[in-house]
Design a protein around this ligand. Structure first.
Ligand SMILES: [Zn+2]
Length: 89
């Protein structure tokens, strides 16, 4: 389970972006310019989460028990709690 939130952060002068698993109240700096990184966006799925995949349609599947959409990387359906069928691909 991931507790920390991931952020897309940008170095203002270069526009270079990095993904940071950010801790609250910690300052993150660009390793090339040394300037403070500015948070641009939060990444999905939001923490706390067991998944590292965004909730894009490509990353979802239908549960073979309850027919609800769930993340492809999960073994157990988050809706009905049953073990989902192994993926063919
Ligand atoms: Zn289910």
């Amino acid at each position: 389970m991931r507790i920390l939130q991931k952020y897309r952060m940008r170095a203002p002068s270069t526009g270079r972006e990095v993904i940071v698993l950010a801790e609250p109240d910690k300052v993150y700096v660009d390793h090339e310019t040394g300037e403070r990184l500015e948070p641009v966006a939060q990444l999905l799925p939001l923490a706390p989460t067991a998944s590292e995949l965004p909730w894009a349609i490509d990353n979802l599947r239908f549960c073979n028990h309850c027919d609800q959409l769930s993340q492809r990387d999960l073994l157990d359906c988050p809706w009905c709690g049953q073990r989902m069928e192994a993926l063919a691909d």
